[in-house]
Design a protein around this ligand. Structure first.
Ligand SMILES: CC(C)(COP(=O)(O)OP(=O)(O)OC[C@H]1O[C@@H](n2cnc3c(N)ncnc32)[C@H](O)[C@@H]1OP(=O)(O)O)[C@@H](O)C(=O)NCCC(=O)NCCS
Length: 142
């Protein structure tokens, strides 16, 4: 089931998965996975039947027509089972309901084929994270 975390424990699990997958492998401290403005954005977690968080993603509305997907992460043993795809589809549906017409994102190079399969088009290289992870700007009209 995909929904926003509700309880303190669910929020902790949500941010911890983000930390574990997107920050810890690069030696970043816990807390570095969060931005100052988390409360302003929409958060989606994939819960398994035991109510464990298996995947996460954040949807930021940029303007009336555009939203950005950020902090996509699936628990390592659960990757390649369709969780990432269902999170993206869910966020696209939410975005559409808000009148959003375009989603943008900055993908890590390893994730490019994942987003391309889901219909995102490559615009070109964007920023370098931690001096080593090249990101690429992508977009999709929804
Ligand atoms: C990238 C990530 C979010 C994808 O989620 P996932 O649950 O593993 O992916 P899914 O199983 O939903 O994959 C959907 C489709 O994309 C394909 N795919 C996923 N990752 C892929 C990859 N690295 N290379 C090629 N294809 C890939 C799958 O084969 C699948 O294809 P199918 O629909 O034909 O079966 C997840 O693997 C992850 O968290 N990776 C590490 C962190 C990361 O890089 N996050 C993205 C930051 S921009």
């Amino acid at each position: 089931m995909i929904r926003s975390p509700h309880t303190d424990a669910e929020w902790a699990a949500y941010f911890y998965l983000r930390y574990q997958i997107l920050r810890a492998p690069w030696g970043q401290p816990e807390g570095s996975e969060q931005t100052a403005d988390e409360a302003q954005h929409l958060h989606f977690a994939f819960f398994n039947e035991q109510n464990n968080v298996m995947g996460v993603g954040r949807l930021d509305q940029i303007n009336a027509q555009t939203a950005q997907i950020r902090f996509m992460a699936v628990d390592a043993p659960q990757q390649s089972k369709g969780i990432g795809k269902s999170l993206i589809h869910y966020m696209e549906t939410e975005a559409k309901q808000k009148g959003i017409q375009q989603i943008i994102l900055h993908a890590r190079e390893v994730a490019l084929p994942f987003y391309q399969k889901l219909g995102y088009q490559l615009d070109g290289p964007s920023h370098l994270l931690f001096d080593e992870i090249q990101h690429f700007l992508m977009h999709k009209l929804i």
